[in-house]
Design a protein around this ligand. Structure first.
Ligand code: 13P
Length: 253
């Protein structure tokens, strides 16, 4: 088992162009080699062109969403082909904010996942439960079901090109992190589903990140867990020093 740890920043709807460029200049040459840690910034679509131009070998740029179809009359949307034509290599799919505010469903997540891999863009596929589900004890069943639906009709080869992010909704932006053990347990349950779908060899190669209030002061204990392969980070990815602390922490994984 040799999964390269990944730290992916999700900037959400933060920063202006100047902030975004200042971040890239500050961080670009300081991130670890990509063979040791995969460092990714998922930026608002409008910054992607400028950021990709300035990304280094070891800091890669991703989008936060894309449309599931090749093209069409979908005002305001961006296709996988458009992202690819600008050299964007990652895309966040099915973030809980998109599921909650923009009606993304398991079905659209599945279509987007397939569309991304067909365009050789690595999807970071988000799953995670609400507080209500956590409290009624059905987290693993709920999250497993999200994974099964996201990977419907996805071949073994395609699955290997994907990354999963387990983000409990109650831990996003709240300062409440899942305990490392809680996060690891659910991530193990996700890996069990992947074993059922694709067998052990494939399942053990797919990276599963944790997301939800990951900060420099809790990243070490999260990454110390057996099945947590990295982090998808919101707030703490906005500041260059904070992001660098996170990617450097992953060196010890
Ligand atoms: P925070 O790290 O700000 O909690 O956000 C997590 C997240 O939603 C990343 O996609």
């Amino acid at each position: 088992m040799n999964r390269i740890p990944m730290i992916a920043g999700n900037w959400k709807m933060f920063k202006t162009k100047d902030d975004a460029l200042a971040f890239i200049y500050a961080v670009n040459v300081k991130v670890p080699e990509k063979e040791k840690v995969e460092s990714v910034i998922c930026a608002p679509a409008i910054f992607l062109r400028d950021l990709v131009k300035r990304e280094g070998e070891d800091l890669r740029i991703g989008a936060q969403n894309m449309h599931e179809l090749d093209e069409g009359a979908y005002t305001g949307e961006i296709s996988a082909g458009m992202l690819k034509s600008y050299g964007v290599e990652y895309v966040v799919i099915g973030h809980s904010e998109r599921r909650e505010y923009y009606n993304e469903t398991d079905e659209s997540v599945n279509k987007k996942l397939i569309q991304a891999v067909r365009h050789e863009i690595t999807p970071i596929v988000c799953v995670g439960e609400s507080l209500e589900i956590r409290e009624n004890g059905t987290t693993n069943t709920f999250v497993k079901d999200q994974v099964v639906k996201a990977y419907q009709n996805v071949t073994e080869k395609e699955a290997l090109e994907t990354v999963i992010a387990y983000e409990p909704i109650w831990a996003i932006g709240t300062g409440k992190t899942a305990t490392p053990e809680q996060a690891n347990e659910t991530i193990k349950a996700i890996r069990d589903v992947l074993v059922e779908l694709y067998g052990t060899t494939v399942a053990e190669q797919i990276r599963i990140l944790y997301g939800g209030s990951v900060k420099p002061n809790n990243v070490d204990e999260l990454l110390a867990q057996s099945d947590i392969d990295g982090a998808l980070v919101g707030g703490a990815s906005l500041d260059p020093d904070s992001f660098l602390t996170l990617v450097n922490a992953a060196l010890n994984k």
